[in-house]
Ligand binder design. Structure first.
Ligand code: ATP
Ligand code: MG
Length: 337
Protein backbone atom coordinates (compact mmCIF):
# COMPACT_ATOMS: atom_id res chain seq x y z
CA UNK A 1 0.00 0.00 0.00
CA UNK A 2 1.23 3.53 -0.78
CA UNK A 3 2.11 5.66 2.28
CA UNK A 4 -0.46 8.38 1.43
CA UNK A 5 -3.14 5.67 1.16
CA UNK A 6 -2.06 4.31 4.50
CA UNK A 7 -2.74 7.67 6.16
CA UNK A 8 -6.09 7.96 4.40
CA UNK A 9 -7.23 4.45 5.32
CA UNK A 10 -6.10 4.86 8.94
CA UNK A 11 -8.44 7.83 9.15
CA UNK A 12 -11.39 6.01 7.66
CA UNK A 13 -10.93 2.64 9.32
CA UNK A 14 -13.34 1.97 12.14
CA UNK A 15 -12.49 -1.67 12.80
CA UNK A 16 -9.26 -3.42 11.92
CA UNK A 17 -8.81 -7.14 12.35
CA UNK A 18 -5.24 -8.40 12.12
CA UNK A 19 -3.99 -11.96 12.18
CA UNK A 20 -6.99 -13.11 14.17
CA UNK A 21 -6.49 -16.63 15.43
CA UNK A 22 -9.28 -18.36 17.30
CA UNK A 23 -8.29 -21.68 18.81
CA UNK A 24 -10.28 -24.47 20.41
CA UNK A 25 -8.96 -27.27 22.56
CA UNK A 26 -10.09 -30.65 21.37
CA UNK A 27 -8.81 -33.43 23.60
CA UNK A 28 -5.33 -32.33 24.64
CA UNK A 29 -4.50 -30.26 21.57
CA UNK A 30 -5.30 -26.73 20.46
CA UNK A 31 -6.61 -26.29 16.93
CA UNK A 32 -6.84 -23.00 15.04
CA UNK A 33 -10.40 -22.60 13.75
CA UNK A 34 -9.24 -19.34 12.20
CA UNK A 35 -5.82 -17.96 11.34
CA UNK A 36 -4.65 -15.21 8.99
CA UNK A 37 -7.91 -13.36 9.34
CA UNK A 38 -7.15 -9.82 8.22
CA UNK A 39 -9.62 -7.19 7.11
CA UNK A 40 -10.64 -3.61 7.71
CA UNK A 41 -14.04 -2.08 8.01
CA UNK A 42 -14.26 1.52 6.94
CA UNK A 43 -16.72 4.16 8.05
CA UNK A 44 -20.13 3.91 6.34
CA UNK A 45 -19.43 0.81 4.31
CA UNK A 46 -20.80 -2.70 4.15
CA UNK A 47 -18.18 -5.42 4.15
CA UNK A 48 -19.43 -8.90 3.29
CA UNK A 49 -17.79 -11.89 4.93
CA UNK A 50 -18.49 -14.75 2.58
CA UNK A 51 -17.62 -18.44 2.54
CA UNK A 52 -18.93 -21.95 2.97
CA UNK A 53 -20.50 -23.37 6.10
CA UNK A 54 -17.92 -23.88 8.84
CA UNK A 55 -15.31 -21.51 7.39
CA UNK A 56 -15.32 -19.35 10.52
CA UNK A 57 -17.63 -16.44 9.69
CA UNK A 58 -19.71 -16.58 12.86
CA UNK A 59 -16.82 -17.16 15.25
CA UNK A 60 -14.95 -14.24 13.70
CA UNK A 61 -17.92 -12.01 14.53
CA UNK A 62 -18.32 -13.56 17.96
CA UNK A 63 -14.65 -12.78 18.61
CA UNK A 64 -15.21 -9.15 17.59
CA UNK A 65 -17.95 -8.98 20.24
CA UNK A 66 -15.82 -10.74 22.84
CA UNK A 67 -18.13 -13.72 22.83
CA UNK A 68 -15.60 -16.48 22.14
CA UNK A 69 -15.06 -16.98 25.83
CA UNK A 70 -16.04 -20.57 26.51
CA UNK A 71 -13.56 -22.79 28.36
CA UNK A 72 -11.21 -24.42 25.88
CA UNK A 73 -11.11 -21.41 23.58
CA UNK A 74 -8.58 -18.63 23.11
CA UNK A 75 -8.25 -15.68 20.79
CA UNK A 76 -5.02 -14.13 19.52
CA UNK A 77 -4.14 -11.36 17.13
CA UNK A 78 -5.67 -7.93 17.12
CA UNK A 79 -9.12 -6.41 16.76
CA UNK A 80 -8.87 -2.66 16.87
CA UNK A 81 -12.16 -0.82 17.23
CA UNK A 82 -11.86 2.97 17.02
CA UNK A 83 -8.40 2.82 18.52
CA UNK A 84 -9.27 0.37 21.30
CA UNK A 85 -7.84 -3.16 21.36
CA UNK A 86 -10.65 -5.69 21.87
CA UNK A 87 -8.60 -8.90 22.06
CA UNK A 88 -8.12 -9.56 25.76
CA UNK A 89 -10.50 -6.78 26.82
CA UNK A 90 -12.14 -7.78 30.13
CA UNK A 91 -15.82 -8.63 29.89
CA UNK A 92 -16.93 -5.78 32.17
CA UNK A 93 -15.43 -3.33 29.64
CA UNK A 94 -16.98 -5.21 26.72
CA UNK A 95 -20.40 -4.79 28.27
CA UNK A 96 -20.23 -1.04 27.63
CA UNK A 97 -19.49 -1.61 23.95
CA UNK A 98 -21.51 -4.71 23.06
CA UNK A 99 -25.09 -3.97 22.08
CA UNK A 100 -24.31 -0.28 22.15
CA UNK A 101 -21.56 0.84 19.79
CA UNK A 102 -21.05 -2.66 18.35
CA UNK A 103 -24.31 -4.50 17.74
CA UNK A 104 -25.03 -7.88 16.25
CA UNK A 105 -27.90 -9.60 14.50
CA UNK A 106 -27.47 -13.29 15.18
CA UNK A 107 -27.93 -16.11 12.71
CA UNK A 108 -31.09 -17.45 14.43
CA UNK A 109 -33.56 -14.61 15.01
CA UNK A 110 -35.57 -16.58 17.57
CA UNK A 111 -32.59 -16.99 19.89
CA UNK A 112 -32.33 -13.21 20.16
CA UNK A 113 -35.97 -12.85 21.20
CA UNK A 114 -37.58 -13.72 24.50
CA UNK A 115 -40.72 -15.71 23.61
CA UNK A 116 -42.66 -14.61 26.72
CA UNK A 117 -41.95 -10.89 26.52
CA UNK A 118 -43.84 -8.38 24.40
CA UNK A 119 -41.89 -7.32 21.34
CA UNK A 120 -42.09 -3.61 22.11
CA UNK A 121 -40.79 -4.17 25.61
CA UNK A 122 -37.83 -6.12 24.28
CA UNK A 123 -36.82 -3.30 21.97
CA UNK A 124 -37.38 -0.82 24.78
CA UNK A 125 -35.18 -2.85 27.07
CA UNK A 126 -32.41 -2.83 24.46
CA UNK A 127 -32.56 0.97 24.67
CA UNK A 128 -32.74 1.33 28.46
CA UNK A 129 -29.99 -1.21 29.10
CA UNK A 130 -27.43 1.20 27.62
CA UNK A 131 -29.03 4.62 27.74
CA UNK A 132 -30.34 6.76 30.57
CA UNK A 133 -33.82 7.48 29.25
CA UNK A 134 -37.28 7.44 30.84
CA UNK A 135 -39.74 4.63 30.11
CA UNK A 136 -41.87 7.00 28.04
CA UNK A 137 -38.88 8.10 25.98
CA UNK A 138 -37.81 4.48 25.42
CA UNK A 139 -41.33 3.68 24.24
CA UNK A 140 -41.32 6.63 21.88
CA UNK A 141 -37.98 5.57 20.43
CA UNK A 142 -39.16 1.97 20.16
CA UNK A 143 -42.15 3.00 18.07
CA UNK A 144 -39.85 5.11 15.90
CA UNK A 145 -37.51 2.16 15.42
CA UNK A 146 -40.36 -0.19 14.58
CA UNK A 147 -41.50 2.27 11.99
CA UNK A 148 -38.01 2.68 10.56
CA UNK A 149 -37.70 -1.08 9.99
CA UNK A 150 -41.18 -1.02 8.42
CA UNK A 151 -43.21 -2.94 10.95
CA UNK A 152 -46.74 -1.86 10.10
CA UNK A 153 -48.99 -0.50 12.89
CA UNK A 154 -46.24 -0.25 15.52
CA UNK A 155 -48.64 0.93 18.26
CA UNK A 156 -50.57 -2.33 18.03
CA UNK A 157 -47.60 -4.58 17.35
CA UNK A 158 -45.77 -3.19 20.39
CA UNK A 159 -47.90 -5.41 22.62
CA UNK A 160 -47.58 -8.59 20.55
CA UNK A 161 -45.35 -11.55 21.36
CA UNK A 162 -42.68 -12.88 18.97
CA UNK A 163 -44.78 -15.90 17.90
CA UNK A 164 -47.44 -13.51 16.59
CA UNK A 165 -44.95 -12.18 14.03
CA UNK A 166 -44.06 -13.72 10.66
CA UNK A 167 -40.44 -14.69 10.03
CA UNK A 168 -39.74 -11.50 8.07
CA UNK A 169 -41.35 -9.30 10.72
CA UNK A 170 -39.49 -11.11 13.48
CA UNK A 171 -36.21 -10.45 11.69
CA UNK A 172 -37.18 -6.76 11.53
CA UNK A 173 -37.73 -6.78 15.29
CA UNK A 174 -34.23 -8.20 15.74
CA UNK A 175 -32.84 -5.50 13.44
CA UNK A 176 -34.70 -2.81 15.41
CA UNK A 177 -33.19 -4.17 18.65
CA UNK A 178 -29.71 -4.10 17.13
CA UNK A 179 -30.22 -0.50 16.02
CA UNK A 180 -31.65 0.55 19.40
CA UNK A 181 -28.51 2.34 20.59
CA UNK A 182 -27.42 3.66 17.19
CA UNK A 183 -24.32 1.48 16.93
CA UNK A 184 -21.49 2.60 14.71
CA UNK A 185 -20.88 -1.01 13.65
CA UNK A 186 -23.52 -3.63 13.00
CA UNK A 187 -22.53 -7.27 12.60
CA UNK A 188 -25.27 -9.08 10.69
CA UNK A 189 -24.87 -12.86 10.65
CA UNK A 190 -26.88 -14.30 7.74
CA UNK A 191 -29.87 -12.20 8.77
CA UNK A 192 -31.97 -13.24 5.80
CA UNK A 193 -31.23 -16.89 5.07
CA UNK A 194 -34.25 -18.12 7.03
CA UNK A 195 -36.56 -15.92 4.95
CA UNK A 196 -38.09 -16.63 1.57
CA UNK A 197 -36.50 -14.97 -1.42
CA UNK A 198 -38.84 -11.98 -1.86
CA UNK A 199 -38.81 -11.11 1.84
CA UNK A 200 -35.01 -11.55 1.79
CA UNK A 201 -34.65 -8.98 -0.96
CA UNK A 202 -36.90 -6.54 0.92
CA UNK A 203 -35.01 -6.90 4.20
CA UNK A 204 -31.69 -6.52 2.37
CA UNK A 205 -32.65 -3.31 0.64
CA UNK A 206 -34.08 -1.94 3.89
CA UNK A 207 -30.87 -2.78 5.74
CA UNK A 208 -28.96 -0.87 3.11
CA UNK A 209 -31.22 2.14 3.52
CA UNK A 210 -30.90 1.98 7.30
CA UNK A 211 -27.13 1.86 7.04
CA UNK A 212 -27.09 4.97 4.89
CA UNK A 213 -29.53 6.82 7.11
CA UNK A 214 -27.82 5.90 10.38
CA UNK A 215 -24.25 6.23 9.08
CA UNK A 216 -23.16 2.88 10.37
CA UNK A 217 -20.70 0.38 9.06
CA UNK A 218 -21.93 -3.14 8.54
CA UNK A 219 -20.22 -6.51 8.45
CA UNK A 220 -22.62 -8.73 6.59
CA UNK A 221 -22.11 -12.48 6.82
CA UNK A 222 -23.41 -14.66 4.06
CA UNK A 223 -22.57 -17.82 2.13
CA UNK A 224 -24.14 -16.39 -1.01
CA UNK A 225 -22.32 -14.37 -3.68
CA UNK A 226 -25.78 -13.26 -4.88
CA UNK A 227 -26.38 -11.58 -1.53
CA UNK A 228 -22.87 -10.11 -1.64
CA UNK A 229 -23.73 -8.42 -4.94
CA UNK A 230 -26.90 -7.00 -3.39
CA UNK A 231 -25.44 -5.55 -0.19
CA UNK A 232 -21.70 -5.15 -0.11
CA UNK A 233 -19.21 -2.42 -0.93
CA UNK A 234 -16.26 -4.69 -0.24
CA UNK A 235 -15.85 -8.40 0.29
CA UNK A 236 -13.66 -10.60 2.45
CA UNK A 237 -13.74 -14.19 1.23
CA UNK A 238 -13.08 -16.85 3.86
CA UNK A 239 -12.00 -20.40 3.27
CA UNK A 240 -11.36 -22.95 6.03
CA UNK A 241 -10.81 -20.31 8.70
CA UNK A 242 -8.70 -17.89 6.64
CA UNK A 243 -9.43 -14.70 4.76
CA UNK A 244 -8.11 -15.54 1.29
CA UNK A 245 -9.19 -12.45 -0.64
CA UNK A 246 -10.32 -8.92 0.17
CA UNK A 247 -11.51 -6.66 -2.63
CA UNK A 248 -14.08 -4.13 -3.76
CA UNK A 249 -17.30 -5.84 -4.75
CA UNK A 250 -17.10 -4.85 -8.45
CA UNK A 251 -13.51 -6.06 -8.62
CA UNK A 252 -14.35 -9.40 -7.08
CA UNK A 253 -17.06 -10.08 -9.64
CA UNK A 254 -14.96 -8.82 -12.55
CA UNK A 255 -11.58 -10.18 -11.57
CA UNK A 256 -11.76 -12.75 -8.80
CA UNK A 257 -8.16 -13.63 -7.93
CA UNK A 258 -8.16 -16.52 -5.51
CA UNK A 259 -9.07 -19.87 -7.11
CA UNK A 260 -11.61 -20.36 -4.30
CA UNK A 261 -13.29 -17.03 -5.05
CA UNK A 262 -13.36 -18.02 -8.72
CA UNK A 263 -15.04 -21.29 -7.81
CA UNK A 264 -17.56 -19.51 -5.56
CA UNK A 265 -18.53 -17.25 -8.42
CA UNK A 266 -18.86 -20.17 -10.80
CA UNK A 267 -21.31 -21.74 -8.34
CA UNK A 268 -23.84 -18.90 -8.72
CA UNK A 269 -26.66 -20.33 -10.81
CA UNK A 270 -27.40 -18.44 -14.02
CA UNK A 271 -31.15 -18.54 -13.49
CA UNK A 272 -32.69 -16.88 -10.43
CA UNK A 273 -32.75 -19.40 -7.67
CA UNK A 274 -32.22 -19.40 -3.95
CA UNK A 275 -30.28 -22.62 -4.15
CA UNK A 276 -26.68 -21.81 -4.79
CA UNK A 277 -24.80 -25.03 -4.92
CA UNK A 278 -21.36 -24.64 -3.46
CA UNK A 279 -20.85 -28.36 -3.84
CA UNK A 280 -19.88 -27.82 -7.46
CA UNK A 281 -16.36 -27.23 -6.14
CA UNK A 282 -14.85 -30.71 -6.08
CA UNK A 283 -13.71 -31.97 -2.71
CA UNK A 284 -14.63 -30.89 0.79
CA UNK A 285 -13.62 -28.25 3.27
CA UNK A 286 -11.25 -29.94 5.72
CA UNK A 287 -12.40 -29.97 9.34
CA UNK A 288 -10.43 -27.95 11.90
CA UNK A 289 -8.54 -31.00 13.15
CA UNK A 290 -7.26 -31.67 9.61
CA UNK A 291 -6.37 -28.16 8.45
CA UNK A 292 -3.09 -28.33 6.54
CA UNK A 293 -0.25 -26.06 7.69
CA UNK A 294 0.33 -24.84 4.14
CA UNK A 295 -2.40 -23.63 1.76
CA UNK A 296 -5.73 -24.89 3.06
CA UNK A 297 -7.34 -24.84 -0.38
CA UNK A 298 -4.55 -26.82 -2.08
CA UNK A 299 -6.43 -30.13 -2.18
CA UNK A 300 -9.36 -28.60 -4.05
CA UNK A 301 -7.43 -26.14 -6.16
CA UNK A 302 -7.28 -26.57 -9.95
CA UNK A 303 -4.02 -24.55 -10.05
CA UNK A 304 -2.19 -26.29 -7.22
CA UNK A 305 1.63 -26.16 -7.34
CA UNK A 306 4.14 -28.09 -5.20
CA UNK A 307 4.85 -24.98 -3.13
CA UNK A 308 1.17 -24.71 -2.10
CA UNK A 309 1.53 -27.95 -0.13
CA UNK A 310 4.71 -26.79 1.58
CA UNK A 311 4.13 -23.25 2.71
CA UNK A 312 1.13 -21.08 3.55
CA UNK A 313 0.94 -18.18 1.12
CA UNK A 314 1.33 -14.63 2.50
CA UNK A 315 -0.91 -11.78 1.41
CA UNK A 316 -0.15 -10.41 -2.02
CA UNK A 317 -1.46 -7.13 -3.33
CA UNK A 318 -2.80 -7.33 -6.88
CA UNK A 319 -4.18 -3.95 -7.88
CA UNK A 320 -6.52 -3.05 -5.03
CA UNK A 321 -7.11 -6.71 -4.16
CA UNK A 322 -5.37 -8.55 -1.35
CA UNK A 323 -5.05 -12.24 -2.00
CA UNK A 324 -3.43 -15.18 -0.21
CA UNK A 325 -2.31 -17.34 -3.08
CA UNK A 326 1.10 -18.30 -4.48
CA UNK A 327 -0.16 -17.68 -8.04
CA UNK A 328 0.39 -13.97 -7.38
CA UNK A 329 3.90 -14.19 -6.03
CA UNK A 330 5.35 -12.74 -9.20
CA UNK A 331 3.01 -9.74 -8.88
CA UNK A 332 5.45 -8.80 -6.19
CA UNK A 333 3.19 -6.87 -3.84
CA UNK A 334 3.53 -8.80 -0.63
CA UNK A 335 1.75 -6.88 2.14
CA UNK A 336 2.00 -9.09 5.21
CA UNK A 337 2.59 -12.57 6.52
N1 ATP B 1 -16.73 -24.18 20.75
C1 ATP B 1 -16.16 -24.75 19.69
N2 ATP B 1 -15.31 -25.80 19.81
C2 ATP B 1 -14.72 -26.37 18.76
N3 ATP B 1 -14.89 -25.96 17.49
C3 ATP B 1 -15.73 -24.93 17.28
C4 ATP B 1 -16.41 -24.26 18.36
N4 ATP B 1 -17.15 -23.24 17.83
C5 ATP B 1 -16.95 -23.28 16.49
N5 ATP B 1 -16.11 -24.28 16.17
C6 ATP B 1 -15.63 -24.63 14.82
O1 ATP B 1 -15.18 -23.46 14.17
C7 ATP B 1 -15.46 -23.54 12.80
C8 ATP B 1 -16.13 -22.28 12.33
O2 ATP B 1 -17.45 -22.20 12.80
P1 ATP B 1 -18.44 -21.00 12.42
O3 ATP B 1 -19.68 -21.22 13.21
O4 ATP B 1 -17.76 -19.71 12.59
O5 ATP B 1 -18.71 -21.25 10.88
P2 ATP B 1 -19.61 -20.40 9.87
O6 ATP B 1 -18.72 -19.95 8.77
O7 ATP B 1 -20.37 -19.36 10.60
O8 ATP B 1 -20.59 -21.51 9.29
P3 ATP B 1 -22.15 -21.42 8.90
O9 ATP B 1 -22.19 -20.84 7.51
O10 ATP B 1 -22.58 -22.84 8.91
O11 ATP B 1 -22.85 -20.58 9.91
C9 ATP B 1 -16.28 -24.78 12.58
O12 ATP B 1 -15.44 -25.76 12.06
C10 ATP B 1 -16.77 -25.14 13.95
O13 ATP B 1 -16.92 -26.51 14.07
MG1 MG C 1 -22.36 -19.05 11.00
Amino acid sequence: MMPENAVQSAKDTILKVEDLRIEFRIGRKWYAATRNVDFELKADETLALVGESGCGKSITCRAILGLVDEPGSRTRGSINFKGQELVGLPDRKFQHIRGKDLAMIFQEPMTALNPVMRVGEQISEAITSHMQVSGAEARRRTLELMESVRIPAPEQRYRDYPHQFSGGMRQRVVIAMALACQPSVLLADEPTTALDVTIQAQVLSELRELRERNQMSVIFITHSMGVVAAVADRVAVMYAGEVVEVAEVETVFKEPRHPYTQALLASIPSVESDKEDLQVIPGQVPSIVDFPEACRFAERCPHVMPRCRQEAPPRFQVGSTEVRCWLYESENGETGQ
